[in-house]
Write a protein that binds this ligand. Structure first.
Ligand SMILES: Cc1ncc(COP(=O)(O)O)c(C=O)c1O
Length: 347
């Protein structure tokens, strides 16, 4: 294997920049559980402002943020509607059941957009003693496992109108919401206005080493803060990790446009290769998911062959591979990935 590694497994592999590391050393800190860490307060105020919400809460991970929101918006025995390949459903260790005691109703889609009719058909009759009460709809924008798809704003407006009519809440898993904003030009606050709570990640494309934010109205954040403490997510001199997160919000958001563009370039460069099922038009942001069929090798074999050429991708099962662009891969890395894919798949 060559020495340089072009790592396309995930945008979570991004390392804090030298400026971020300096900010960590210089951060003014306090005890955030006691509410007096000024750097955390600055991060929370900035986040709330960017999302047009009353308040924000710094949390250790996106998973914890999502699970906190589900806990606030539901009671044990409720049912919540989720997309069938969403992070909250597939990758949070059944936290919905374990932490909140809710049952999930997954809706299958190809692009993350759960049709309103299907949501309507999934609502449970809360007056019937046999049925759970439907309390929440969780959406994911961009949708990770469906290839970084962006949920159209017109759909989100319809969904908001529908949930308001039926007394349901919306939680937006916006781990990569800023990638959606860069792709569409629609500000994060416009997306956030169509949800009751939003989680977004600082430690993915925004390069911060740790952390996510949960934003919502004051009452929601107050309740979420109790849940965070219960889960052991109350942190003390946490300004040391809030400081690089402030740099993320100040200077890492607009550059996501490059990640989106580079991912599209990769899609165009590899779409025609034998055994690869991929439509570049569906690659809207920084995640590329390609399906494999003979004569292509399995996803595991493909990733091994790429690794031998200094390029890392992520196998998702036997016939699906994922590549993600981010701050720590440049145009040369993109060219390397495309060349390596051509070499391996053309044999
Ligand atoms: C869509 C989505 N939501 C939530 C998360 C969870 O974030 P974390 O890894 O910080 O728990 C991820 C992580 O990859 C994700 O892709």
């Amino acid at each position: 294997m060559s020495e340089r590694v072009s790592d396309f497994r995930s945008d979570t592999v991004t390392r804090p920049t030298p400026e971020m590391r300096k900010s960590m050393a210089a951060a003014v800190v306090g005890d955030d559980v006691l509410g007096d860490d000024p750097t955390v307060q600055e991060l929370e105020e900035k986040s709330a402002k960017m999302f047009g919400k009353d308040a924000a809460l710094f949390v250790p991970s996106g998973t914890m943020g999502n699970e906190m929101a589900i806990n606030v918006w539901s009671r044990p025995g409720d049912e919540i509607i989720v997309e069938a390949r969403s992070h909250v459903y597939l990758y949070e260790g059944a936290g919905t059941a374990v932490i909140s005691g809710v049952q999930v109703c997954p809706i299958e889609t190809s692009d993350g957009v759960m049709p309103i009719d299907k949501i309507r058909a999934s609502l449970r009759d809360s007056t019937d003693i046999h049925c759970p009460r439907t309390s929440l709809v969780c959406i994911e924008n961009t949708h990770n496992i469906l290839g970084g798809r962006v949920l159209p704003i017109d759909y989100l407006r319809l969904l908001r109108a529908f949930t308001s009519e039926h007394g349901l809440r919306i939680h937006l898993d916006g781990a990569r919401l800023f990638n959606a904003s860069c792709a569409t030009g629609i500000p994060a606050a416009e997306y956030a206005a169509l949800a009751d709570s939003v989680m977004f990640c600082l430690s993915k494309g925004l390069c911060a080493p740790i952390g996510s934010m949960l934003v919502g109205d004051s009452e929601f954040i107050e309740r979420a803060s109790r849940v965070r403490k219960m889960l052991g997510g109350g942190m003390r001199q946490v300004g040391v990790i809030a400081a690089p997160a402030i740099i993320s919000l100040d200077s890492m958001v607009d550059r996501l446009e490059f990640d989106n563009e580079r991912c599209h370039q990769i899609a165009v460069g590899i779409a025609e290769l034998p055994g690869l099922l991929l439509d570049p038009k569906t690659v809207e942001t920084n995640i590329l998911i390609a399906h494999l069929e003979p004569p292509a090798p399995s996803a595991g074999e493909l990733c091994e062959a790429l690794e031998a050429r200094g390029v890392l991708g992520l196998p998702l099962g036997d016939d699906t591979v994922r590549f993600v662009t981010h701050h720590d891969v440049d145009a040369d890395d993109v060219a390397r990935l495309v060349d390596a894919m051509r070499e391996v798949l053309r044999g």
